[in-house]
Ligand binder design. Structure first.
Ligand code: ADP
Ligand code: ADP
Length: 222
């Protein structure tokens, strides 16, 4: 898995008039192979933090290193999943999942197996608008895994799902993640979810940017 170093990271949105300090001087290290959850209320800056690691948002100051290299944009070694699926609507599930490796001229032999393991085989030829919310997020996870990223970034991927589907998908994510050696950064406002998934939980407070590690122990997993 990849190592993530977040150094004095700050992100300020807006100009003189309406300044929003979304992240304020955050220092955080994520060890290779660790599953870290960042827990905090809505608006505390979780998405901004994750977007800076993903390379979708440029920090106002400070920096993010992925495996020692400064992040300056998205890269295939960092896969991202959001709350709502961002599958291509004009591609089938199989085509969506195979797209990443194809773009990188990498083999796609593992795609069929991946679809099978994620319970997506019967939906391989379906289009995203034919999927339930749970199935669509499963397809998103399969798409992420197909790229074999060394860093998995997840922004509340299950928060729009009903409780039962969410519970099942959390366990599926854990078993799929264990098959990889990827480092995982998962942000959520859901306390139970944060504790269930993580090796370590970092709490981000609503006061912009302040962060403190309140749990720093290996948590037992089901
Ligand atoms: P969270 O993911 O914890 O809900 P966000 O990172 O989305 O938090 O937002 C943190 C703060 O930054 C919030 O006050 C939010 O309104 C603000 N914010 C987020 N994105 C933008 C943006 N593109 N422009 C202006 N303000 C933003
Ligand atoms: P979340 O991070 O909770 O999943 P969003 O990223 O959609 O949700 O938005 C988080 C907050 O950031 C919301 O309160 C939203 O109003 C605010 N926000 C997002 N984009 C902008 C923007 N361009 N300008 C101002 N506020 C924004």
């Amino acid at each position: 898995g990849g190592r993530v170093d977040i150094e004095s990271l700050s992100k300020v949105y807006g100009g003189e008039e309406e300044r929003v300090v979304a992240v304020d001087g955050l220092d955080l290290e994520i060890d290779p192979g660790e599953f870290l959850t960042v827990l905090g209320p809505s608006g505390c800056g979780k998405s901004t933090l994750l977007d800076c690691v993903a390379g979708h948002v440029e920090p106002t100051s400070g920096r993010v290193l992925a495996d020692g290299e400064p992040v300056s944009g998205p890269g295939p070694e960092r896969g991202v999943v959001f709350q709502e699926n961002r599958l291509f609507p004009w591609k089938t599930v199989r085509e969506n999942v195979a797209f990443g490796p194809e773009m990188c001229d990498r083999p796609t032999d593992h795609v069929a197996d991946l679809l099978d393991r994620m319970g997506l085989s019967t939906f391989a030829d379906s289009y995203p608008n034919q999927l339930s919310g749970g199935m669509a997020q499963r397809a998103e996870l399969a798409r992420l895994l197909a790229n074999e990223p060394s860093i998995m970034l997840m922004d509340e991927p299950f928060s729009a799902l009903d409780a039962m589907t969410k519970g099942r998908m959390q366990l599926e994510l854990l078993s799929a993640w264990r098959e990889t050696d990827a480092t995982a950064l998962f942000v959520t406002h859901d306390v139970e979810e944060a504790i269930l998934l993580a090796d370590r939980v970092v709490v981000m407070t609503a006061r912009p940017g302040t962060v403190k590690t309140v749990v720093d122990v290996p948590l037992s997993r089901p």
